[in-house]
Design a binder for this molecule. Structure first.
Ligand SMILES: [Zn+2]
Length: 474
């Protein structure tokens, strides 16, 4: 039924569609020689839950994204912890693909253990992926990092060209000063083209006070916003503001916990039955014997905890396919805390829960010569930030789980077909066709027919074939 259009009309439609696709592709791969790309500064404020932006005044951050773009929510990766998500931001990979699966890990091949807060600098943990500070170096750029998780590790025997070893006592301002110094370069060292800066707040306070504590959180977010102010000030005073792209984001959100919402493992299973690798809100454990029996006991343990054998972990979590994923994982429901026993609540706020929960989502804001101004989108995947940064730096991306298509609309140099624009175009085409078909006597039958847009691969401009169709009356 789709092929009953007269040949000349079909050709006309094909020409129109081809024209749209060609226009859509313009500005993406037009082969025009470009000057070098602007440098890129990536900043993460750990644990910045997306809705803090709506709940608390953030004048400096608002000023930044009013001159650039805002992604109101990022769907991050499971588990929604700091190390897995920071590595996903700079690799575009899910945790199962980059191998940093949690804050506490055990590797059954090397028999090594990993603990955030302890020794995390053994390269073996990080070597399943190559972060952007190394990929950018492969393109001949200098790179710089200040406390970004994993950035003081010699991954494949290399670190960023400049880096600060992790030290929580180094202030935001000191980290920033180092980063701008490296981005400016000097007579000995060319400027760094990519820099990544990490700051521990508002995560630290979110754990201590809980995200629902308005008084405490408004104070810490005031400080975080003041740091954004410092960032813009420092970039302005060094002449970098307006010349560099700045991307401000975070790794995860925060959920309110309570002593009323504790799940006690010892109530269900004697600790002699398993080895504990990680505890809450995602427990990873190795059964000592009879995995099915351990699973059955845990499965009945608590209505607010989901239990998976490794082989049954849902695809959507992208967490199953790694040797470091333990034989059984338990996932607490939002705001619930898994403990071994007792009534002690370890933290008033926590994260790590299912990445489909809005409370786990961070945000992203960006400004600079490559970004549109005053543009806002509802959501993106955090794995999309890596291909976006590769595009910004004009470096070839390593294989990754993200796509530039979803982020393309943020960029000023990319033609972006948004739904309202497409609707207007389709209506316009329909009007033209109505006139043509009316004049050529083709309207004898008023049956509506669908002419599917199936002959132009428009995915490179952010459209899918199924999303666009023309309704033609004749
Ligand atoms: Zn945290």
């Amino acid at each position: 039924m789709f092929m009953t259009l007269p040949l000349n009309l079909r050709m006309l439609l094909q020409m129109l569609v081809g024209l749209l696709c060609a226009v859509g592709a313009s500005g993406t791969d037009n082969g025009t020689a470009q000057p070098g790309p602007p440098p890129l500064l990536l900043v993460s404020f750990d644990g910045f839950r997306a809705d803090y932006l709506k709940r608390f005044p953030m004048p400096n951050l608002e000023r930044l994204y009013s001159q650039g773009v805002l992604v109101e929510q990022l769907t991050n990766v499971f588990i929604t912890k700091t190390f897995p998500n920071h590595y996903s931001l700079v690799t575009g990979l899910y945790a199962e693909s980059h191998g940093i699966l949690a804050s506490n890990m055990y590797d059954p091949v090397t028999h090594k253990s990993f603990h955030v807060g302890g020794n995390v600098s053994d390269p073996v943990w990080w070597s399943e992926a190559r972060p952007l500070w190394l990929t950018a170096q492969d393109s001949g750029y200098k790179t710089a990092t200040a406390m970004w998780p994993g950035s003081d590790v010699a991954i494949g025997n290399r670190t960023a060209s400049h880096f600060l070893p992790y030290n929580s006592h180094v202030t935001f301002q000191q980290r920033l000063k180092n980063v701008t110094k490296w981005m400016l370069g000097d007579e000995k060292e060319p400027p760094a083209m990519f820099a990544a800066l990490y700051w521990e707040e508002p995560d630290r306070s979110g754990h201590i006070f809980g995200p629902d504590n308005d008084t405490a959180m408004s104070q810490v977010l005031k400080e975080v916003d003041a740091n954004v102010g410092l960032l813009v000030e420092e970039l302005t005073s060094t002449g970098l503001w307006g010349r560099v792209n700045v991307l401000v984001t975070s790794d995860h959100g925060m959920a309110q916990c309570s002593a009323e919402r504790l799940i006690r493992l010892d109530d269900c299973l004697h600790p002699d039955n398993y080895t504990l690798v990680d505890l809450s809100p995602v427990t990873a454990l190795i059964p000592r014997q009879d995995p099915e029996g351990v699973f059955d006991l845990l499965n009945k343990c608590h209505p607010h905890m989901t239990v998976y054998l490794k082989s049954a972990i849902p695809d959507r979590l992208h967490y199953r396919n790694n040797g470091r994923t333990q034989p059984i994982i338990l996932i607490a429901a939002e705001g619930w805390t898994i403990v071994r026993n007792g009534n002690q609540l370890p933290r008033l706020g926590d994260h790590g829960y299912d990445n489909s929960l809005p409370s786990m989502h961070p945000f992203m804001a960006a400004a600079g010569p490559s970004f549109r101004q005053g543009y806002r989108v509802g959501s993106l995947q955090s794995v999309d930030i890596y291909p976006l940064m590769c595009r910004l730096l004009s470096v070839p991306a390593q294989p990754n789980n993200g796509t530039l298509n979803r982020a393309r609309c943020l960029l000023v140099a990319e033609t972006c077909w948004e739904v309202p624009v497409m609707v207007a175009l389709v209506v316009g085409v329909l009007l033209v066709l109505t006139v043509i078909t009316g004049e050529s006597g083709l309207t004898s039958d008023t049956r509506p027919l669908l002419y599917c847009w199936g002959f132009c691969p428009c995915s490179h401009i952010g459209l899918t074939r199924s999303s666009v169709f023309l309704i033609i009356y004749f």
